[in-house]
Ligand binder design. Structure first.
Ligand code: 5AD
Ligand code: SF4
Length: 448
């Protein structure tokens, strides 16, 4: 039997796409293995959001290309956003790679692999795939990622995603509910609904609120989250529903990108600083204990000291629980890359801004996490701790990682008193301080 190995980079959508590829390959008779050394097909499922992501994959592909000296039959492929972004230029850079597949071609993987054994093969067109009958649900333990829409129509000026994943496309509501039901039957208790602008979900008459409502009614599903919404796409009734249904988690990842209205306008985000702050107020009116997290870019072209100060003051005002913070990375093909090159902020300046933003957010996160000290938190237990098998790891309703003592069955809900907090983790009473797991690396936000 042919063995395939898949390595995943980037966002949760890529995790779901790798699951989809796994199912397509298994249906075609492949066995998907965790061991790269026994595979005759190696696929790297990649991200293009920042230059660094592409550099990592390039280095890894060069390394894997060496394997072909000893295993001439090996088929080496690169899938997802990076081949779509760089196109045929990538073959010049990486002559050992046989297969280049964009995010809409996974259905045809088996025949493409056959062709790639004979000659370099490209499948980079977008738009023909409706994802019907493909199983994209990625299950790990009691948690599943469930894509509900793909692509993006917003074209923020810095972002390569509309170019790599194409136009927005939502799945039929009944398909999503069927997938969630299937996952629940396999023991899944928590789902995260995925989309590049997840809250703009619409299919026929069904809107995001309708989908959330039906998913929250699936038997056995104790927690429902979604990522990433766009601030301007929220309809008010979503928050009312979240307040009503205990299994819709009070946790919203709400990318803001900048605290300066001038920069937000240049980014074409569609809202001002004040409108974002008003949205946060409305969310907190419905969901007073909501966990709010965000994405922020520093050093966007034309960002002045005053613009950056506005970002700092916004994070102080909102008090996000945590944030993914990035230096702007120019991406070829985007509006910002084409039109704003002469306004680029020097590297040293953006590096310094990133450092001070991270320091400020760390202080805020610590305060936000410490609010839980001495209180009880409802935790959905996910797994045994990798660091210490006497402890378990779970999540609070508002999205925080919690370390707790003992090994309750994954999928059970427990109430634990919090002894102490770091800026990334809540640690329950009874966890031996010395043995407590260090903070887990934060999962990348959906790298849309
Ligand atoms: N440079 C830096 N960060 C970016 N992001 C998207 N495009 C870029 C870019 N060109 C960030 C945004 C987005 C997150 C997933 O990645 O903050 O919300
Ligand atoms: Fe779309 Fe998000 Fe990228 Fe903006 S940042 S273009 S909303 S994927």
């Amino acid at each position: 039997m042919r063995r395939a190995y898949i390595e995943t980079y980037g966002c949760q959508m890529n995790v779901a796409d790798s699951a989809l590829m796994t199912h397509v390959l298994e249906d075609a008779g492949f066995k998907v293995t965790e061991d790269v050394n026994e595979a005759s097909l190696i696929l790297l499922n990649t991200c293009a959001i920042r230059e660094r992501a592409e550099e990592r994959v390039t280095a890894r592909l060069q390394q894997l290309g060496q394997l072909k000296r000893i295993r001439p039959d090996l088929v080496l492929g690169v899938t997802g956003c990076m081949p779509k972004h760089l196109g045929k230029e990538l073959l010049d850079r990486l002559p050992k790679v046989d297969l280049f597949i964009g995010p809409d071609s996974y259905r045809h993987l088996p025949s493409l692999v056959e062709e790639a054994a004979l000659r370099p093969t490209f499948s980079l067109t977008l738009g023909d795939e409706d994802y019907s009958d493909l199983d994209p649900v990625s299950i790990e333990g009691i948690h599943a990622f469930v894509p509900i829409m793909r692509g993006c129509d917003r074209f923020c000026t810095f972002c390569v995603v509309p170019l790599t994943r194409g136009r927005e496309k939502s799945l039929p509501l009944a398909d999503v509910v069927r997938q969630v039901r299937g996952a629940a039957e396999h023991g899944v208790r928590a789902v995260t609904l995925l989309g590049q602008t997840v809250n703009s979900y619409h299919h026929d008459e069904d809107r995001f609120r309708d989908l959330l409502s039906e998913v929250s009614e699936v038997e056995g599903i104790l927690r429902v989250r979604f990522t990433s919404p766009h601030p301007v796409e929220f309809e008010e009734d979503v928050f009312a529903l979240m307040a009503e249904r205990p299994n819709l988690c009070a946790h919203i990842h709400l990318p803001v990108q900048s605290g300066s209205t001038r920069i937000l306008e240049s980014m074409k985000r569609g809202h001002s600083r004040e409108e974002f702050l008003a949205l946060v107020d409305r969310i907190r009116t419905h969901l007073p204990d909501v966990g709010l997290t965000t994405d922020i870019i520093v050093g966007y072209p034309g960002e002045t000291d005053a613009d950056f100060e506005a970002t700092l003051s916004l994070v102080r005002e909102v008090q996000f629980d945590s944030a993914f913070m990035f230096r702007y990375s120019p991406r070829s093909g985007t509006y910002a890359y084409r039109k704003l090159r002469d306004e680029e902020v020097p590297d040293a300046v953006s590096a310094e801004r990133l450092e001070s933003l991270i320091a400020e957010q760390e202080r805020i996160s610590l305060q936000r996490y410490r609010r839980w000290e001495g209180r009880h938190v409802e935790v959905l237990v996910e797994t045994v701790s990798r660091r210490n098998p006497l402890n378990s790891v779970g999540k609070s309703d508002d999205g925080k990682t919690v370390i707790l003592p003992g090994t309750p069955e994954p999928g059970t809900m427990v109430s634990v008193p919090i002894a102490r907090a770091t800026s990334h983790t809540l640690i329950a009473e009874g966890v031996q301080e010395r043995e407590a797991a260090p903070d887990p690396a934060p999962v990348e936000s959906i790298e849309v």
